[in-house]
Design a protein around this ligand. Structure first.
Ligand SMILES: [Zn+2]
Length: 128
C-alpha cells in the first residue's frame, strides 16, 4: 500500500503488519492491522479493516493527534454536537471541504487544527 509518511515526507510503500509486531505487549492489539514505513513509523487501521486511518504520523504528530482527539471527542460523545457536525465545523474553520484527524501531514497542520478546534469549542461553550 502506498501511503504518505510524515517522517519521510513523501509517498512510501508500506507493509501491512499485525499489532503483535508493533506492540508486542498489547495483546488487545495483536490482531489489529497497521501499515509500517521502512523508517519505522506506522499508522493503524479503521476497526476490523485494512483501511488505514490516514497518513503515517511521526511520534510528535501521534501525540498531537491524540491531543486533538482529546479536545474534540468529549463534545460529540456527550451529544452536545454530532460527530459529523463537529468535523464539518472544523473543516469550515480550516477552509477545507472535509476534515479527518488522520489526514494531517505535519505538526504545523496539527497546530492549525488545534486552533480551529479551539475556536469551534469556544462557540459551543458559549451556547451551553
Ligand atoms: Zn517513513
Amino acid at each position: 500500500m502506498k501511503l504518505y509518511c510524515c517522517n519521510c515526507k513523501q509517498m512510501v510503500d508500506c507493509d501491512l503488519v499485525k499489532g503483535n509486531v508493533i506492540y508486542p505487549r498489547r495483546l488487545d492489539l495483536a490482531n489489529h492491522n497497521f501499515y509500517r514505513c521502512s523508517c519505522g513509523c506506522f499508522v493503524g487501521c479503521h476497526p476490523n479493516t485494512d483501511k488505514p486511518l490516514g497518513a503515517i504520523p511521526t511520534e510528535e504528530m501521534k501525540k498531537a493527534r491524540m491531543i486533538i482527539h482529546g479536545m474534540i471527542d468529549p463534545w460529540w460523545q456527550k451529544g452536545v454536537i454530532t460527530r459529523g457536525a463537529m468535523y464539518r465545523a472544523i473543516a469550515k474553520e480550516l477552509h477545507i471541504k472535509e476534515y479527518h484527524t488522520g489526514w494531517t501531514r505535519s505538526i504545523e497542520q496539527c497546530r492549525q487544527v488545534y486552533r480551529a478546534a479551539s475556536a469551534v469549542i469556544k462557540r459551543l461553550e458559549n451556547r451551553i
